[in-house]
Design a protein around this ligand. Structure first.
Ligand code: AMP
Ligand code: ZN
Length: 455
C-alpha cells in the first residue's frame, strides 16, 4: 500500500519512497528535560509512534530506525537546576525517567535510538569546524555563528525570506553578529555553567547543532523523515537544514512532518503560558489509552482542543470496545495480516487517524452483530494503533483515583440550572453552580451555551 505523507518543505502531500527500503530512517526532535512533559508534548510522541508503526508494518521492524533525541543541555535546564538547587545531571536523569514513564503510559514504542546531546559534543564540534572551514560560520567573542547569507535556501522550509528575518530580528541583535539573522552554533559557558573544551574555548553548543549532529551519526547525512511539532519549523528545523546541507552539500531530510498544536481553552498549551496539564497528573484520572485514543481523534496536522468532555467520550468508547473483546469466549488471534485494509488506507493517506477510527467503529458494528471474522480484524486493528492492549479484567476494574464522574448527573444539574435561569430564579441557579463546584465541576457560559470541565 502506497503511503502518502504531507511534507512541510514542499507544502504537498507526497508518495513516500524510502531512500533504502532495508533501512528506513526517521528522526524526531525529543524533549528538553528539565520538568514533567505536558499533554502538548505527548502529541508528537503519539503521532510519530503511529508513523513508526506504519513503517514497521510495511518495511519490517528490523528495517526501520527511529531516532528521538533528548536535549539535556539548555538555558532552561540551567535555570531549573539553579532554582531547584539540584545538580544538572541529577535533574536531567530524573526528568528522562519521567519522560519514559509518560511515553509508555500513552502506549508509545521505544525508539531504536535515544541519543543525549551531552554524549555527542565531539560530533557537534566536528560539524562546526567544517562549517568554519567552508566559510559558512565564523567565530566572534568565543561564539561561533552560522552566516545565514551563505545558504541560498535559508527560509525555504518555513516560507520566510531572509529580508523579513533580518527585519524581524533587529530588535535585540548582539553586536558580534555580522548579520542580525545569524544564529549560534557554539557559545561560551559562564563559570557555573556546564561547558566543554573546544577550539573556541570552554563553551556549550547551540540547540540546533545538536540535532544535525545526532541525526547524522545515527541516520547518515540524508535520511527519510524528520519530524517534530509545528513550532519547531522555524528557527529550529530551518537552522538544522542550513547547518547540515552546508556541511555535507547533500539534501538533509526527504520529508518534513510537523504536528499541529494542542490548545486548551483555545490557547496554545505551553509551559511559558502556564496553562499546561502534565501527562503525569493525568495518570490518576485516566488510563493512558484514553489519552492516546483522544489524541488520535484529531488529524495530526490540525489544531487539537483538549477537553474533559472528549476524554470522557474516549473513555466510554474504549470501555465499550474492551467489553466486546473481553466477553468473547475464546482467545482472539493476534496477527498482523488481520489488520483492516480500510483502516490502513486511511492511515496511508497522511496518517488520517480520525478516518481510521471511523473504520473501527464500522467494524465494531459488524462484530457486535456476531461476525467473528470482523471481531478478529477489529481486535488486531486496534492493537496496531496501540489500543485494547491491556487485559480486560485490569481495564474494567481500573478505578480513577481522582473522580467518580456521573455525566448524567452533571448534565441533569446543568439542565436544571438552565431552567432556573430561564425562570429568573438566580439564587437557585447559583446554588446548582455551587453544588457542581463541590463535585469538582466548573461551568462556563459562553454564547448561550454551558460547558463544563473538571477542577
Ligand atoms: P520541548 O520539550 O518544548 O522542546 O517540546 C517537545 C516537543 O513537543 C516538540 O516537538 C514540540 O514541538 C512539541 N510541543 C510542545 N508544545 C506543544 C503543543 N502545545 N502541542 C503540540 N506539540 C507541542
Ligand atoms: Zn531537533
Amino acid at each position: 500500500m502506497d503511503y502518502q505523507f504531507y511534507d512541510t518543505y514542499s507544502n504537498t502531500k507526497k508518495s513516500f519512497t524510502p531512500l533504502d527500503a532495508s533501512n528506513v530512517r526517521m528522526y524526531v526532535c525529543g524533549p528538553t528535560v528539565y520538568d514533567y512533559a505536558h499533554v502538548g508534548n505527548a502529541r508528537p510522541v503519539i503521532v510519530f509512534d503511529i508513523v513508526y508503526r506504519m513503517l514497521n508494518l510495511k518495511y519490517g521492524a528490523e528495517h526501520v530506525t527511529y531516532v528521538r533525541n533528548i536535549t539535556d543541555v539548555d538555558d532552561k535546564i540551567i535555570e531549573a537546576s539553579n532554582s531547584l538547587n539540584e545538580d544538572i545531571s541529577t535533574l536531567t536523569e530524573r526528568t528522562i525517567n519521567y519522560f519514559h514513564d509518560d511515553a509508555s503510559y500513552v502506549g508509545a514504542l521505544q525508539p531504536n535510538v535515544e541519543p543525549k546531546a551531552t554524549d555527542h559534543i565531539p560530533e557537534m564540534i566536528n560539524i562546526i569546524e567544517k562549517l568554519i572551514k567552508k566559510n559558512h560560520a565564523y567565530e566572534a567573542d568565543g561564539n561561533v555563528l552560522f552566516a545565514v547569507n551563505t545558504f541560498d535556501k535559508y527560509g525555504n522550509l518555513s516560507g520566510k525570506s531572509l529580508e523579513d528575518l533580518i527585519a524581524g530580528s533587529r530588535v535585540e541583535v548582539a553586536n558580534y553578529k555580522k548579520n542580525p539573522a545569524d544564529f549560534t552554533l557554539w557559545k561560551p559557558s559562564k563559570a557555573n555553567e556546564p561547558g566543554w573544551d573546544s577550539p573556541w574555548g570552554k563553551g556549550r553548543p547551540g540547540w540546533h547543532i545538536e540535532c544535525s549532529a545526532m541525526s547524522e551519526k545515527y541516520l547518515g547525512q540524508t535520511f527519510d523523515i524528520h519530524g517534530g511539532g509545528q513550532d519547531l519549523t522555524f528557527p529550529h528545523h530551518e537552522n538544522e537544514i542550513a547547518q547540515s546541507e552546508s556541511c555535507n552539500d547533500k539534501k538533509f531530510a526527504n520529508f518534513w512532518m510537523h504536528n499541529g498544536f494542542l490548545s486548551i481553552e483555545g490557547e496554545k498549551m505551553s509551559k511559558s503560558l502556564g496553562n499546561f496539564i502534565t501527562i503525569n497528573e493525568l495518570k490518576d484520572t485516566y488510563q493512558g489509552e484514553v489519552i492516546r485514543f483522544n489524541m488520535m481523534l484529531t488529524h495530526y496536522r490540525q489544531p487539537l482542543n483538549w477537553t474533559e468532555k472528549s476524554l470522557l467520550d474516549s473513555k466510554k468508547t474504549l470501555d465499550k470496545w474492551y467489553k466486546i473483546i473481553g466477553t468473547y469466549d475464546k482467545p482472539l488471534a493476534s496477527k498482523s495480516d488481520l489488520i483492516s485494509q480500510k483502516m490502513l488506507s486511511a492511515l496511508a493517506d497522511d496518517v488520517n487517524t480520525p478516518q481510521a477510527i471511523a473504520e473501527l467503529h464500522q467494524l465494531y458494528k459488524v462484530a457486535n452483530d456476531g461476525d467473528v471474522d470482523a471481531l478478529e480484524i477489529f481486535y488486531n486493528s486496534c492493537q496496531f494503533l496501540g489500543i485494547l492492549i491491556s487485559d480486560y479484567n485490569s481495564w474494567s476494574s481500573w478505578q480513577s483515583k481522582t473522580m467518580d464522574i456521573d455525566e448524567n448527573l452533571i448534565n441533569g444539574l446543568i439542565e436544571k440550572r438552565n431552567e432556573a435561569r430561564s425562570a429568573k430564579d438566580f439564587p437557585e441557579a447559583d446554588r446548582i453552580r455551587d453544588e457542581l463546584l463541590n463535585l469538582g465541576v466548573i461551568l462556563e457560559d459562553k454564547d448561550n451555551k454551558t460547558t463544563w470541565k473538571l477542577k
